[in-house]
Design a binder for this molecule. Structure first.
Ligand SMILES: Cc1ncc(COP(=O)(O)O)c(C=O)c1O
Length: 383
């Protein structure tokens, strides 16, 4: 049967039909009053979703574009950047900083682990001359499924005085994140994750502390320039030709998020993640992130049972059930598989996904108590 695909990868994620229908309409002029009205609503609703009083910029790019927009407006050659690395995406910050000529130091952790706040505190305490200008960190590290305690880490960074630059690509919408209250200086995200729209838009919010650093940047980026974007947000426009159809879809999706309520949206993700983790344990599989408190609410990474390969699991669940789960990345390729529960995901989706996973493992010869995962997820979701 066609047209039944359920994307359980950590982006792109499922898109509601009502959003797709908006996107399918004819493009409108990006300098028209009609588009300007859409932008006014979008900019206001983004502040609600990002829980900030600061302007949220929307770039026509993937999430990495917003990561570049963050660092390429802050870094001067030779600046010291400390990158807190849980996996692939933490490393991406380090690479972008290096590409701007920064001197990058990393604190790295083992797969599935998170940054220990005391390790960060100790490193920053050694920096008595306050040479570290920026600390980059990842809220939800999609490559492993681990999530940092951003609130605590950012408060430690604030005590030191460096800027905190946070990747919220798979956390915004899915996990509680309060940049103004928690002292996050720069926060970025992407559309194809919790926002329930296709890839193509990325978001950035910066506070006044970050703007002071931007003003000292000798060669700010042209395309990503914060100055141009701030002016445009305030004039309900965009500096360049944006992906207009995606903005129209975003307008609709933000309306849906507001209707559900951002707190409820976050809670739904937390509940789904908890239930999924319980079901995976009930089936007898091992989770990459051992402690529930360190788990991302958008992506769950799982080791395959002994003797059954990740490619076989992925192939069978797609062939038999049209469910797409993600492979591991880099060194974790074919070692783990990842199930995304990000954005437009409901209880029914999770129950079917666990049922499909059980059927897949059963077919591949894994010995376990059939139904244990489904029974567990039903009980967990009923709590
Ligand atoms: C945590 C995280 N950061 C950054 C990115 C990069 O985003 P994109 O692929 O949209 O450029 C991703 C993409 O999966 C991500 O999960």
């Amino acid at each position: 049967m066609r047209d039944k695909t359920f994307l359980m990868i950590p982006g792109p994620t499922p898109v509601p039909e009502s959003v797709m229908l908006e996107i399918a309409k004819h493009p409108i002029g990006h300098r028209s009053s009609e588009f300007s009205k859409i932008l006014e609503r979008v900019y206001a609703n983004l502040k609600y979703v990002f829980r900030t009083q600061n302007d949220v910029f929307v770039y026509t790019s993937s999430g990495t574009g917003a990561m570049c927009a963050a660092l390429e407006n802050l870094i001067n050659e030779g600046d010291k950047v400390l990158s807190l690395v849980l996996g692939n995406f933490g490393n991406r910050w380090a690479k972008i900083a290096q590409s701007r000529g920064a001197e990058v130091e990393k604190i790295e952790v083992e797969t599935g682990e998170v940054i220990d706040p005391e390790v960060l505190r100790a490193r920053l305490a050694q920096d008595v001359n306050k040479e570290i200008k920026i600390v980059t960190l990842t809220h939800s590290e999609t490559s492993t499924g681990a999530a940092n305690d951003i609130k605590t880490l950012c408060s430690i960074i604030r005590e030191h005085g460096a800027l905190s630059v946070v990747d919220g690509v798979t956390s915004i919408c899915a996990m509680e994140c309060k940049p103004d209250e928690w002292g996050i200086d720069v926060l970025v995200s992407g559309s194809q994750k919790g926002f329930m729209i296709p890839p193509g838009l990325a978001f950035l919010v910066a506070n006044e502390r970050a703007w002071k650093v931007y003003e000292q940047c000798k060669h700010p980026s042209f395309y990503w320039d914060w100055g141009a974007y701030r002016k445009s947000v305030q004039g309900a426009s965009t500096p360049f030709t944006p992906a207009v159809n995606l903005f129209v879809g975003l307008d609709k999706a933000l309306e849906m998020i507001k209707e559900e309520g951002i707190e409820n949206f976050n809670t739904r993700h937390a509940r789904h993640c908890r239930a999924l983790r319980a079901a995976i344990r009930a089936i007898g599989l091992e989770l990459v992130v051992k402690e529930d408190k360190n788990a991302s609410h958008s992506i769950t990474s799982i080791y395959p049972p002994e003797g059954i390969s990740v490619p076989d699991i992925r192939k069978t669940i797609t062939q038999d059930f049209d469910i797409v789960v993600a492979n591991g990345q880099n060194a974790l390729k074919d070692k783990i598989f990842r199930m995304g529960t990000l954005g437009f995901v409901c209880d029914r989706d999770l129950i079917s996904a666990i049922g499909a996973l059980e059927a897949t493992l059963y077919k591949l010869g894994y010995k376990f108590e059939l139904g244990s995962g489904v029974a567990t997820i039903i009980k967990e979701l009923a709590k």
